[in-house]
Design a protein around this ligand. Structure first.
Ligand code: ADP
Ligand code: 5GP
Length: 221
């Protein structure tokens, strides 16, 4: 569980800092949504960006929680009005990140977690490079990736086949990311993702309160 010592404020306090944008990408089934969910359960200073999608809802998904499920005309309107921070077509469906909730969370000093593909990560990197931290999640083997998609049992066989066929092309983008996690043991992957988040929060450029802390430190008698 997150403690105040890990929240990267001055000793003993929680202090305003610049929120960061944490992107998790992976081929479908490698485990990024599972890692994202656990990260947020452990830490109240990070919120999930809920994307819009034209994909059909899976049985376990809740509208407004996992995605905002919308139709193509509504998606096209959001794009045309500039309401999306980034967007992409993935596995034959359209996805996008609503801009307003991200801006609001960052302004409140919260971190934002994005479960988006490499095309979206690329667009955010161009728009807001200083705020972005990118993690790519790899499966331990391609066989295990297929097994996880089967075990998840939420997609039709043809959808699973399409996702597996796309996996190799997605994996080729691993070099664009700051960190790569090979998600073999889930608990180990979670601990590594948390370690990345804590360290990135402590980067000097994000700990804006340090200026006044050091100034005060040096005036101490
Ligand atoms: P993604 O979001 O990358 O498509 P999910 O998070 O939905 O993938 O994970 C796909 C399936 O694999 C889920 O059933 C999840 O419970 C399982 N899973 C995730 N990480 C692991 C792991 N380290 N070991 C075994 N199964 C895992
Ligand atoms: P799924 O259909 O399995 O939920 O997601 C399929 C792929 O679309 C995943 O790689 C996921 O990260 C990506 N994705 C989900 N939402 C967005 C989004 O808003 N933008 C982009 N670019 N990709 C997204």
């Amino acid at each position: 569980m997150m403690t105040s010592e890990m929240s990267s404020g001055p000793p003993g306090e929680k202090s305003p800092r610049r929120g960061l944008m944490l992107v998790l990408s992976s081929p479908s089934g490698a485990g990024k949504s599972t890692i994202a969910r656990h990260l947020m359960e452990q830490d109240k200073d990070i919120v999930l960006s809920v994307s819009v999608t034209t994909r059909g809802r899976r049985p376990s998904e809740i509208d407004g929680v996992h995605y905002h499920f919308i139709d193509q005309p509504a998606y096209d309107r959001m794009r045309e009005h500039g309401d999306l921070l980034e967007w992409a077509e993935v596995h034959g469906n359209c996805y996008g990140t609503p801009k307003a909730p991200v801006e609001k969370a960052l302004a409140e000093g919260l971190d934002v977690l994005f479960d988006i593909d490499w095309q979206g990560a690329d667009q955010v990197a161009k728009a807001m490079p200083q705020d972005l931290v990118r993690i790519f999640v790899l499966p331990p083997t391609m066989k295990e990736l297929a097994a996880r998609l089967e075990r998840r049992a939420e997609d039709r066989p043809d959808v699973i086949a399409r996702r597996l066929a796309n996996a190799r092309a997605e994996i080729l983008h691993w070099r664009d990311y700051d960190y790569v996690l090979i998600n073999k043991d889930l608990q180990t992957s979670l601990e590594k993702a948390q370690a990345i988040l804590y360290a990135e929060r402590m980067k000097r450029a994000r700990t804006t309160w340090l200026e006044s802390f050091v100034e005060e430190l040096l005036t101490e008698a």
